[in-house]
Design a protein around this ligand. Structure first.
Ligand code: PGA
Length: 226
């Protein structure tokens, strides 16, 4: 099974901290370069503002990682002050998170808007990673990856049990057999292995734990060896 580790930095880090993260991560890659293979997708999602910098650092250090955006506009472009659209993101990212619960909760991302965002991502050639908090969520056509993230587990330090996460992933997969499901919500270097040991979980979406490049690398190593 193809594995995924997607780090969601949310609205964290300054420019200087972005440079520091990549510099430290590059050091750990040098030590562990043998771990990377075509079986794992490692995606880092910094704040949009830092995507050009992150791309430059990724290329400078020749890091075997991809970049992702944390959101995408539901419109194509034009007179929409403040929006960042697919044709702009596609220069930097391969993936985009859509429908994260924080966007649904604080920024009124409705199902309709989420569907539009998925369309815009596909139109721009970016893989949509749809975040859902239960197995009944609508999964629009063209979604590349589903991240199951129970609300109680996000940023709480209280992850779901691996068995619960696996049962939800199995339900999602029964309706969408070709879409891999990953788990997110208080993933740490300690608990990550128990999730990827489950039959239906193809990877992880750590938030807080991705902010530290060393912990992020430890999670990657656990996923690779699972
Ligand atoms: P967390 O965030 O790992 O800090 O709980 C995960 C997420 O919200 O994607």
């Amino acid at each position: 099974m193809k594995r995924y580790v997607i780090g969601n930095w949310k609205a964290n880090k300054t420019e200087r901290e972005v440079v520091s993260w990549f510099t430290t991560f590059a050091e750990t890659v040098k030590e562990k370069h043998t771990i990377f293979s075509s079986h794992i997708h490692i995606v880092v999602c910094p704040p949009t503002l830092y995507l050009p910098l992150a791309k430059k650092l990724r290329d400078t250090f020749s890091l075997p990682i991809e970049l992702g955006a944390q959101d995408i506009s539901s419109v194509v472009g034009g007179a929409y002050t403040g929006e960042v659209v697919g044709s702009q993101l596609q220069e930097y990212v391969t993936h985009v998170l859509i429908g994260h619960s924080e966007r649904r909760m604080h920024f009124h991302d409705t199902e309709e808007k989420i569907q539009e965002k998925v369309k815009q991502a596909i139109h721009a050639g970016i893989s949509p990673v749809l975040c859902v908090s239960d197995s009944s969520a609508a999964i629009p056509k063209g979604v590349a990856l589903v991240a199951f993230e129970p609300l109680f587990a996000i940023g709480s330090g209280k992850a779901a049990t691996p068995e619960h996460a696996d049962s939800i992933a199995a339900e999602i997969q029964s309706r969408h057999p070709s879409v891999p499901v990953i788990y997110g919500g208080s993933v740490t270097k300690e608990n990550c292995k128990t999730f990827v040991a489950q039959k239906h979980i193809a990877g992880l979406l750590p938030g807080g734990a991705s902010l530290d490049p060393i912990e992020f690398m430890e999670i990657i190593l656990h996923v690779v060896s699972s």
